[in-house]
Design a protein around this ligand. Structure first.
Ligand code: FES
Ligand SMILES: [Fe+2]
Length: 413
């Protein structure tokens, strides 16, 4: 695979073709950091319920950049780069907690909860010797700050002054579906992370891919959690950058489809669970949606698998590696039995989940499959034609094309 240049011409077929080099080229990875993650995008930082009180903080990443999300004494939420302004050490190591200030372990430079530099050790030297120059101004050496936008208790950050307001960025359809689940105070009921040996964009394609769900995942099709024969939709916002795919389990009818008679390789309707409790659920949303995956460009996914609610955030770790952070959620007003069902269903997802296990495998299969290919080799993303539009048809790759539309726009390729 070519390794050197970031300047290449995208195939003329537009977003129905994806050059494999975008998953492989270190120069493209670097360019994503500056143009995409530091560009006009809102990036997921965390939830209100993770930093409820003054001084509460949580660490996260925007692209590869380490970031602190925190709440100050006045209740305002801030985000700043987790990198000491002295010589670049990580300022905070513990993933979550409460602080009155952030002090660097290396030479004890300290910052308040807004990222202002408040003290420098030995600033005036010792007994009149050494120290910083007299004109050293703390005010010029604070932490790098991000703009923060909060949407129904979800905090996003951006490095760019050009990023539009969050409501405009999300658009009306995405906003409505986020408000649907994030409609009252949430609580975290669990978390896990998964280190994947593949490019981060393969994960974002996977979560936008309704084609694979009932084919790859034995559990989905065989136990009727999600099938193409259920009513549902693939929705994109006007820009095409973000997407939602949902299904309604109660509407399934497999008669006359490839699901009937187990014609699909992973459809095994004769299988029975020794303990079917994993399938226990309750009808939670009046719209009847039982399975929903929503992405906000570039790197976050909001999910509802039955009653298992959560956020999945992908963090690039290099051209060929990424880390996937899963936060599992319920509502503050949940009854204990509801929390129990949500937690049990969480066994469907994550690194060893009955469903998600396979996603981590196939994204790595792609990474390995594209190695050593022809320089101009590319993926075919043509299911459903070339449309980047909403529809009831879920036999489509329109949401993936929407991702590449956004990608090409911010990357200028
Ligand atoms: S690197 Fe942080 S105080 Fe020196
Ligand atoms: Fe999947």
């Amino acid at each position: 695979m070519p390794k050197s240049s970031t300047v290449f011409t995208w195939p003329e077929q537009g977003v129905t073709r994806v050059p494999y080099r975008v998953y492989d080229d270190p120069a493209i990875f670097e360019r994503e950091q500056s143009l995409l993650f530091r560009g006009p995008t809102w990036n997921y930082l965390g939830l209100d319920c993770e930093i409820p009180g003054a001084g509460d903080y949580k660490l996260n990443f925007v692209g590869a950049t380490p970031v602190i999300l925190c709440r100050d004494e006045n209740g305002e939420v801030h985000a700043m780069v987790n990198r000491c302004a002295h010589r670049g050490s990580l300022l905070c190591i513990e993933k979550q907690g409460n602080r009155e200030q952030f002090s660097c372990v290396y030479h004890n430079w300290s910052y308040n909860l807004r990222g202002d530099l408040t003290s420098v050790a030995f600033k005036r030297g010792v007994r009149g010797k050494g120290g910083m120059p007299a004109d050293f101004d703390n005010a010029k050496h604070g932490l790098e700050r991000l703009r923060v936008a909060s949407f129904n208790g979800i905090h996003f950050g951006t490095f760019s002054a050009a990023t539009p307001p969050i409501e405009q960025y999300l658009g009306p359809v995405m906003s409505a579906y986020l408000k649907r689940a994030y409609n009252r105070p949430m609580k975290v009921i669990g978390a896990h992370s998964q280190y994947l040996k593949n490019n981060w964009k393969l994960v974002m394609e996977n979560v936008r891919d309704p084609y694979h769900a009932s084919i790859l995942h034995l559990f989905f099709g065989s136990f009727g959690l999600s099938r193409q024969t259920m009513k549902g939709e693939a929705l994109l916002d006007d820009s095409g950058w973000h997407h939602i795919v949902y299904t309604k389990r109660g509407t399934d009818d497999i008669r006359g489809s490839e699901y009937e008679g187990n014609k699909l390789p992973n459809m095994k309707s004769h299988l029975k669970l020794n303990d079917p409790k994993i399938l226990e659920e309750w009808p939670e949303f009046p719209d009847g949606i039982t399975n929903m995956v929503q992405t906000v460009f570039p790197a976050v996914t909001f999910q509802q698998i039955s009653n298992c609610l959560g956020v999945r955030h992908i963090v690039p770790r290099g051209p060929h590696e990424c880390e996937w952070f899963w936060t599992l959620l319920g509502y503050e007003d949940d009854e204990p039995w509801q929390t129990k069902i949500r937690a049990r269903q969480a066994n469907l997802i994550g690194p060893a989940g009955f469903i998600s296990l396979e996603d981590g495998a196939v994204t790595n299969f792609v990474q390995r499959g594209i190695q050593g290919g022809k320089p101009d080799a590319m993926a075919v993303v043509e299911l459903g034609g070339s449309s980047i539009a909403s529809g009831e048809d879920r036999v489509t790759e329109a949401p993936i094309r929407g991702f590449w539309k956004g990608y090409r726009e911010v990357m200028g390729i």
